[in-house]
Design a protein around this ligand. Structure first.
Ligand code: AP5
Ligand code: ZN
Length: 216
């Protein structure tokens, strides 16, 4: 299964990708996670990306296309993958089409998570993740079963993202509507778009994605 998860910041792409990894036994390729790892490691890419990400703007297509292209060559991507947060511009969409065509591994589907803006702001404001395994939680919507202990790995360390504040979120949403929302029409025209109601609760969204994929 070769899949794109499309949707605005806070729509639930990461949350659903982590579940689809288990259901379909394919890796999650989150450009946001890859860029944050580069920032943390202090690489050249990380140094160039940090200020842009902190401001809520998009990192340049060249940087992002290169990290995805390198990642797609790795062994665990050969039987499928979930692209989470990529592509995010029409130029990135064209590039990934070309990359996958070269490999003779076309996309199977593009799932678009639809969530209202007010809910998006509420979701990112309450988000925290496990510092060890990256499992995603929320202050009110999804807490660990045992308070302070990650369900997935047992870690007691959690973190919050620097860009999860109301001001940066406004910039991220603007970037989404200007640069990324045009991809909805792009993939619809290719007959690949599977819209899913992302306002439902987390389990229901997973089930809706599964039935969309089983029918695609
Ligand atoms: P990235 O890390 O991709 O962030 P994003 O797209 O803004 O998406 P988020 O991670 O904020 O949200 P999500 O949809 O994964 O939601 P989640 O599942 O966590 O990108 C960060 C930055 O990196 C960008 O701003 C840009 O600078 C750069 N970047 C990355 N990719 C790039 C690219 N391709 N090109 C250029 N620049 C790029 O859920 C959010 C919260 O809601 C959680 O707390 C969760 O528990 C909760 N939640 C989830 N689902 C539900 C539900 N159904 N009901 C209630 N609560 C829910
Ligand atoms: Zn964990």
């Amino acid at each position: 299964m070769r899949l794109i998860l499309l949707g605005p910041p806070g729509a639930g792409k990461g949350t659903q990708a982590q579940r689809l990894v288990k259901l379909y036994d394919i890796p999650q390729l989150s450009t946001g996670d890859m860029l944050r790892a580069a920032v943390q490691q202090g690489t050249e890419v990380g140094r160039r990306a940090k200020a842009v990400m902190d401001a809520g703007e998009l990192v340049s297509d060249d940087i992002v296309n290169q990290i995805v292209s390198d990642r797609l060559d790795e062994a665990d991507c050969q039987n499928g993958f979930i692209l989470d947060g990529y592509p995010r511009t029409l130029a990135q969409a064209d590039r990934v089409d070309a990359m996958l065509q070269e490999k003779d591994k076309p996309l199977d589907a593009v799932v678009e998570l639809r969530v209202e803006d007010d809910a998006l702001v509420e979701r990112v404001s309450g988000r925290f993740t496990c510092a060890n395994c990256g499992a995603v939680y929320h202050d009110t919507q999804k807490q660990p079963q045992t308070e302070g202990v990650c369900d997935a790995c047992g870690s007691t360390e959690f973190k919050r993202r620097a860009d999860d504040n109301a001001e940066t979120m406004r910039t991220r949403l603007r970037a989404y509507y200007k640069e990324t929302a045009p991809l909805i029409g792009y993939y619809h025209a290719k007959g690949m778009l599977q819209p899913v109601d992302g306002m439902a609760d987390i389990d229901e969204v997973t089930m809706a994605i599964q039935s969309a994929l089983d029918g695609s």
